[in-house]
Structure formats: structure tokens, C-alpha cells
Design a protein around this ligand. Sequence first.
Ligand code: SF4
Ligand code: SF4
Length: 293
Amino acid sequence: MEIVVASGKGGTGKTFLASNLAILIDEKLDGVVAADADVEAPDLILAMGGEKRLLKSREIWESMKASINYELCNRCLKCIDVCMFDAIRLVDGKPKIVEEFCEGCGACAHVCPVNAISFRKAKTGRIYSVETMAGVKTTTGDLEIGGRNTGELVYLVREEAKEFARKDHVKNIIIDSAPGIGCPVISSLSGADLLIIVVEPTPQSLTGAKRLLKVAESFKMKVTYVVNKFDLNEEFLKTIDSELGLECVGKIPYDSEVPSSYSMMRPMAIYGMDTRAGRALKEVFESLGSWIT
Ligand code: SF4
Ligand code: SF4
């Protein structure tokens, strides 16, 4: 079963929940594989105490970058006008590609009257898998600066996680999605079984959660939610309940032990299940029992 932990807005505690749920499922339900699908800012491995040993790593070369043949170029500058990404600049009277900005869309080559623009493959990033200090096998991606195809990279991260799960006869995969509703999020949700939305009791976080729920509805997956730091604004909980209209599987209180556990790189499920946040995490895990096979 693929379980996606996501939030419509960054900074809501998504990785906190994903890392600790992964550890609890690993301990209590005979194993789990984790996948960090936030390839632009991966931090799930750190949230699980860091890397114990590298299991596998490979580079991904799926991006395309434009390049100009100056022997053919007649300096018409049509390519500069058409580039939506500001990836072609005028330097000493000549068009110059800024590769970090080039999305490989092909528009410049389309308008070039002398076929002076060609494309080469560029490194998109790498995907790698480690055993974390918490003992959970975790697969992640690392997008190259200016890299594109985040959706493709997320797809490959998930495929790698499934491969580990198959080999280890593990049923559950926890996916820590990117925040928002963009391409990497859609790639995380596609074909997954359960979405856990993490929401904080603020209007901004609820707006993000509603947008995410709308995306999830098109995938026909099971959806539930967890309120993080619920006690910062308890009056707002009813609004969340009524506007999401979903079953809630837990509410986690604000707990100053959480940043302490982060600074020590000891996940809460290891650092302190007898803390307020630890007890709430246990309740979330138990409430999820009927959702997780
Ligand atoms: S469109 Fe082609 S010919 Fe015109 S400036 Fe660009 S590369 Fe040169
Ligand atoms: S391929 Fe697209 S993004 Fe890249 S330089 Fe050409 S027009 Fe700009």
C-alpha cells in the first residue's frame, strides 16, 4: 500500500509525520520502505536520523538543454523574443543560452530560421537509497540546480521504493510528498492508495489543504487528515472539520520537544514516545490501523 503524506502548504509538519509514521509502521507492522518525493528539498533521511549506509545511487539524465551553433546563427535574435523562461540573453550582440534557466521547451529551435539551435541531454539529478539511522530503507531524489522533470524524478523515486518493497516482502510504502499541488505532488499521488493531509489550524494551511483535496479527488484515493499543532488555535478546528469533510485520524499538539528531537537528529518515535507529541503520534498510528493493510 502506498501512503502519501502531503500538505497544501509548506512547513506544516509533513516530514515530521511521514518520518515518525514510517518508523512506527516499520517497528509494528513488519517493515516499511520510505520515499522522499520532495526532490527539490529532500530532508526525509535527515528526519530519520541521517544515513547509516548507502544502498544504491544512480544519475538521471532526462533534461534537455538548448545550444547554439554560432557558425550558422545570423543574429536575428528571434530566439530571445520567443523564450518564455528568459534563458537566452544578448551578450556582445550574440544570443547566449543560460542553461540553468533553459527548460528544453524547443520554442527557440522552432523559430530559428537557420536551424542553428540543437539540444543535448543534461543531468536531471540523481536518485539514491539508504538505510537510515532509524533503520528504515529510504529512497530519495536530488534535483540538479535548474533541473526539470521533477514529476519524472518523483516517479523514479517511487519505482525504486517499490523495488525495495518487493525484494523485502514489505507491504507498506510511505511517501513524503513535496508541498503544494504542483507537478511533483501530482506524481506522488498518481496511483497511490491513501493520502494523509497534514494541516495546521490556520486559514492559509486550510486553503492549501482544500486545494490538495481537490487534486486528490481526481485520483479516487482514500483521504484522511491530521491536524498538527492543533492547540495553537483550537477554535479553528471546527472550521477545518467542516470544510474538509473528511475523517480525521489525529491531532498533534505543539510540543517544544519536537525541535529538540530535530536538533539531536533523533526522530520523535525514537526520542520520546512519552512526550505530548509522541503520545499523539502513537494515536495517529493506531487510528490509521483500519486504513493500512
Ligand atoms: S533564432 Fe537562430 S539565427 Fe536567430 S539569433 Fe537565435 S540562434 Fe541565431
Ligand atoms: S529550449 Fe525553451 S527554455 Fe530553452 S532556451 Fe529555448 S526557448 Fe528558452
